[in-house]
Design a protein around this ligand. Structure first.
Ligand SMILES: CC(C)(COP(=O)(O)OP(=O)(O)OC[C@H]1O[C@@H](n2cnc3c(N)ncnc32)[C@H](O)[C@@H]1OP(=O)(O)O)[C@@H](O)C(=O)NCCC(=O)NCCS
Length: 156
């Protein structure tokens, strides 16, 4: 499914679309590569069946390389999951995907975007800061392993 050689420059043939159920197998493979506690098939399906979920895919050519799921809650959105396959990280694709999803979220009239990130996930925190988020709070022992979550927010 994935190219064997890691691209060394930012791919030019990226595109974005709505996540569909047929993307699930590719997403599950990326999920396992990216997280110690990956989303299950049931978690993806549960999120997709919520009418307030906005879910997008980013592709390079025909290859699915990442996805983003958010849920809209009245006047704010919560990013539930954003993930770029490790072979395609650090090329700006995660930022492009976030921009694309933010455009979809803005249409709903939200005033802010929130998310939780593991306090050990420094890469993700730097990524979110670079994309306009700031840490605003902490949730103690939020994750199953007892790790705290840092809450980050972007005001629209
Ligand atoms: C977080 C994630 C989505 C970022 O995607 P990405 O495509 O690599 O991000 P970008 O290339 O757009 O990075 C934009 C900026 O974020 C920062 N950044 C991203 N990854 C970083 C890392 N590993 N270390 C330090 N800074 C990083 C940098 O400032 C980077 O800009 P630069 O490359 O010009 O220095 C990706 O690393 C990922 O999928 N991680 C695993 C899943 C995850 O942790 N998701 C978030 C859960 S809350």
């Amino acid at each position: 499914m994935y190219t064997q050689t890691k691209p060394t420059t930012r791919p030019i043939d990226t595109s974005f679309r709505t996540f569909s159920i047929s993307d699930l197998d590719s997403a599950l493979l990326i999920e396992i590569e990216c997280y110690p506690d990956p989303w299950t098939e049931g978690k993806f399906i549960g999120s997709l069946s919520n009418k307030n979920t906005i879910a997008n895919i980013i592709t390079v050519g025909d290859t699915i390389v990442g996805y983003c799921f958010s849920i809209v809650c009245v006047d704010y959105a919560d990013i539930l999951n954003i993930c770029i396959h490790p072979d395609y990280q650090r090329m700006g694709l995660g930022s492009d995907l976030l921009d694309y999803q933010t455009e979809q979220l803005l249409v709903t009239g939200i005033k802010s975007i929130l998310l939780e990130v593991r306090e050990s996930n420094l890469a993700a925190m730097l990524y979110y800061e670079k994309n306009g988020f700031e840490a605003i709070d902490r949730r103690n022992k939020y994750y199953r392993n007892g790790e705290d979550a840092i809450i980050m927010r972007q005001l629209i």
